[in-house]
Design a binder for this molecule. Structure first.
Ligand SMILES: *[C@@H]1O[C@H](CO)[C@@H](O)[C@H](O)[C@H]1NC(C)=O
Ligand SMILES: *[C@@H]1O[C@H](CO)[C@@H](O)[C@H](O)[C@H]1NC(C)=O
Length: 200
């Protein structure tokens, strides 16, 4: 009995810890001083394969996204806690959409990662700056020093709009350049952009 009670108490604690908090829906907007981005302000989910979407740079279309977090505080003041960037894939005639987390597709041949929504256990957490709504990624790893450390949090905004060929689909997509804040994309089509969310 005691054991069962302890177990169910544990289950309750576990449920409380794992409780997902979903944000209100938002659009993702981009900003850039580069002419290549002129007039293109929004990101929309675009098809890259069965149930796989990237974030395409568009002039008018947009999609709605969510941030799924769990309770906890942000490691950096002025930012939300980091969590899953979520897009709901409409499924045929089914009433319930398929909630897909964003993860990075990484090809070893480039330092330009491609954010994709797909049914996956993999995910890349993001956070947003309070106020500006700027989308960022927290990283603790610093391997530019020996031995590598992971004690200080970095706020990364290495977002670029690039032409990317993902399994034959060539789109103008949102990408992330791997590395610290000084990292530069090897893909010559990449243009620096800021990404922020706007609640709808
Ligand atoms: C995001 O949170 C909602 C609400 O709790 C949930 O229905 C959905 O499955 C979550 N999505 C992912 C990818 O975890
Ligand atoms: C993109 O890659 C595919 C192979 O995955 C290739 O067939 C196609 O020609 C490439 N697209 C361009 C524009 O080079």
């Amino acid at each position: 009995m005691k054991f069962a009670a302890a177990l169910s108490a544990l289950a309750l604690v576990h449920a409380a810890v794992a409780q997902t908090i979903q944000s209100k829906p938002f659009e993702l907007m981009i900003q850039s001083s580069n002419k290549a981005i002129h007039g293109k302000k929004l990101l929309a989910s675009c098809h890259e394969g069965a149930a796989i979407e990237s974030l395409c740079v568009t002039g008018g279309d947009s999609s709605r996204y969510f941030l799924n977090t769990t309770k906890g505080s942000s490691p950096v003041k002025g930012y939300t806690t980091s969590g899953l960037l979520v897009w709901n894939l409409p499924v045929g005639n089914e009433p319930q959409a398929d909630s897909e987390p964003m993860s990075f597709y990484v090809d070893p041949g480039t330092n330009v990662a491609l954010p994709l929504f797909e049914p996956s256990y993999e995910s890349q957490y993001v956070a947003f700056e309070e106020g500006t709504g700027a989308m960022v990624i927290f990283s603790y790893l610093d391997d530019t020093v020996t031995p590598p450390t992971d004690t200080k949090v970095k706020v990364l905004k290495n977002w670029y709009a690039c032409e990317y060929n993902y399994s034959g689909y060539v789109y103008h997509t949102l990408n992330f350049v791997l590395g610290d804040a000084t990292a530069k994309p090897q893909n010559p089509s990449c243009v620096k952009v800021q990404v922020h969310r706007k609640f709808v």
